[in-house]
Design a protein around this ligand. Structure first.
Ligand code: 1CP
Length: 344
């Protein structure tokens, strides 16, 4: 039976007259209602671990804009924390973690299947959302890809070039590979539980895939995402997987088959025309308006949105940004993007 939910239809390979739309970081600081709920929670991590408030901020952009999908409000760094790393956020700077660079530090982490007590509030958020979302809205669960999560666990923070993770990979490949393995297994457990709690689609974010060179791109971005996808498909064959190897450039070619994913999300480093021609034969493609249009708005937002819709119009497409919306975005520009996608 064909689902009525437009996102699920696009993920099943259907070409729709109007692409369904959602937006990376659609719950976030550009929305005054998000800032109010975050203040009520106290801080970002308290918000992530409070199921009622996390469900509330997930629902806010659905109420305001009627997006076709809601993405669970959580963060990719909850998995390292569940594995035993310390995690905190420094206001105005970003995440900080205790680092893992030696076998001894790795040995102190908990086993990959022992993360669920810590993450149970997230599963509770998913349960609340599957009850409260409108019947036409698809619920997306997510996790970070092993490479991206590893870059934070090794460096203890976000890094412009992922230097510390590349260095550990070069200097102590055995420790690096065991860390990748532990994250991969934990991610399979985590995403399976999200699905069991009610997530209808899952997305794997490899935000830092672009810095992997040569064979490393296949070994540390594509293969771990393929392993996660295969394990999830084994247990939950009907749940679509979206993979996002951000910054892959020409290496997006063949990604559906290489990962086994139903949809490849593309950033704005590739043109929509190129992505349509090269990738849409493999399945659904998600993307790829530059996030900066949500700040600048105007005629360029409209013409770029129309160009992307047109470029992907001959195959399955989910409209999205090329990366997350930024805190300085104007909520009215989001409405303009949605109106342009839906009304032409
Ligand atoms: O101050 C705040 O309110 C915190 C800002 C914020 C938000 C809104 C962070 C901190 N995380 C989130 C939520 C979040 N993160 C979601 C929720 C759902 C949604 O999209 O609306 C998702 C899917 C993520 C995923 C995430 N977190 C990624 C992958 C996607 C991407 O943007 O590339 C990454 C790399 C993170 C780490 C992270 N969390 C937060 C920040 C500021 C960062 C990036 C740190 C860095 O610059 O390296």
């Amino acid at each position: 039976m064909t689902s009525q939910k437009t996102i699920l239809r696009a993920l099943a390979g259907e070409t729709l007259p109007t692409p369904p739309i959602w937006m990376m970081r659609q719950a976030g600081r550009y929305l005054p209602e998000y800032r109010a709920t975050r203040a009520e929670a106290g801080d970002f991590l308290k918000l992530c671990y409070n199921p009622d408030l996390a469900a509330e901020v997930t629902l806010q952009p659905i109420r305001r804009y009627g997006f076709d999908a809601a993405i669970l409000f959580a963060d990719i760094l909850l998995v390292p924390q569940a594995l035993g790393a310390d995690l905190w956020f420094v206001t105005g700077e970003g995440p900080r973690l205790s680092t893992i660079t030696t076998q001894a530090e790795l040995d102190k982490l908990v086993p990959a299947d022992a993360i669920h007590d810590h993450l149970s509030p997230v599963y509770e958020t998913v349960k609340i959302l599957s009850k409260e979302l409108p019947s036409e809205t698809t619920l997306i669960g997510f996790a970070g890809a092993p490479w991206t999560v590893a870059t934070y666990m090794v460096a203890g923070r976000g890094t412009p070039d992922q230097g510390p993770a590349h260095a550990l990979k070069a200097e102590n490949r055995a420790v690096f590979d065991s860390l990748m393995d532990r994250i991969t297994e934990a991610t399979i457990h985590y995403m399976s539980k999200q699905i069991e709690a009610g997530a209808e689609v899952v997305k794997i974010f490899d935000s830092w895939a672009g810095s992997l060179q040569g064979a490393d791109f296949m070994d540390y971005s594509i293969k771990p995402m393929a392993r996660i996808t295969a394990a999830l498909k084994d247990k939950h064959p009907n749940v679509p997987v979206i993979a996002f190897p951000r910054g892959a450039g020409e290496r997006y070619t063949g990604a559906h088959a290489a990962i086994g994913a139903d949809c490849i999300a593309v950033d704005d480093g590739v043109s929509a025309e190129w992505a349509a021609e090269t990738l849409q034969t493999g399945g659904c493609v998600q993307g790829n308006l530059k996030s900066s249009h949500m700040v600048t708005g105007g005629d360029e937002l409209v013409s770029e949105t129309r160009r992307i819709v047109q470029a992907f119009s001959k195959g399955p497409h989910i409209f999205n940004l090329g990366h997350g919306i930024t805190p300085d975005a104007d909520p009215e520009n989001v409405q303009l993007m949605i109106d342009t996608v839906r009304n032409g």
